[in-house]
Design a protein around this ligand. Sequence first.
Ligand SMILES: C[S@@+](CC[C@H](N)C(=O)[O-])C[C@H]1O[C@@H](n2cnc3c(N)ncnc32)[C@H](O)[C@@H]1O
Length: 231
Amino acid sequence: MVMQSRIQRELGPNLPMPRSLFSLRPISHLELVAIKDRIDRTYLKHDRLSDNAKEVAELLGTFRLDEKTVVADIGCGTGYLELAMLDRGSPFAYLFAVDVDSIALEVLTYAVAKHPSRARTRIQTVVSDDRDSWLPENGVDQVLFVSTHFFSATQDSAGSWKVQPPMRRYLESIKRALRPGGQVHVFEFTNEPCDNRPALTEPFTQIGLRFTGAQVRLPAGNRVCQLTFDR
Ligand SMILES: C[S@@+](CC[C@H](N)C(=O)[O-])C[C@H]1O[C@@H](n2cnc3c(N)ncnc32)[C@H](O)[C@@H]1O
C-alpha cells in the first residue's frame, strides 16, 4: 500500500498534465481519472522493486541491442520493460511501446515522462488494434513479446495448428515491420519445457519467420523460455 499512496500523492491535483507520446495531446480530466483508477488497481506494476519488474529487467541482454537498434515491445502493458531499459541505460535508437489498451499506454506515458533519462524521448507509444500492430514497415530490428500470448495458435481435431485470420494479419504486419536481420523474441515465464511450444511457434513459422531455437533463462531464479524467430 506504500506504493499506492506514493502514486496517489504524485498524481495529485497540482501536477502538470502529462502528454501522450502517441498523440502529443494533453490528457483530459476524465482520462486522468481513469489512469488514477487503473494505477490504484494495478499499482504494483510501477513498483520497480516488485518481483515481476525485476524479472523483466533480467531479460535485457538476452537480445541484440545497440545505439542503432529500433525495438518494438508488443503488449507492453504499463511499461515494465521501458522503465527497466531507462533505469539500466540500455542502448537503443527508438522504442515503440505497442498495446491495444490505451489506458495502459497512458500509464506508461506518464511513468516514462517522469524518468530522468533523456532516452525517454525516444520511446513512442502505439495503439494497435486486433488486426494490425501499426508499426512502420521495414522500421524495426527487435520485436519483443513479454508474457504476451494473444497470438497463440490452437489445435483442431485433426491435429493442425490454426492461427485466427485477424491474428495472422496482425503478425504479418509485424513481419513487414522487421528490417533485414530483424528478430522476434517471445519470452514466457514458465516451468514448462521450452523446446516444444507449437502454440507459440506456429503463428510465426506459418507466416514465414524462421524459428531459431528456444532457450531457458534463469533470471532471479525463475525459468523463462525465450523463443527466437529470424526474418
Ligand atoms: C499479460 S500483459 C503483459 C504486459 C507486459 N508485457 C508485462 O510483461 O508486464 C499482456 C498485454 O498484451 C496486451 N494485448 C492484448 N492483445 C493485444 C494486441 N492485439 N496488440 C497489442 N497488445 C495486446 C494487453 O493489453 C496486455 O497489456
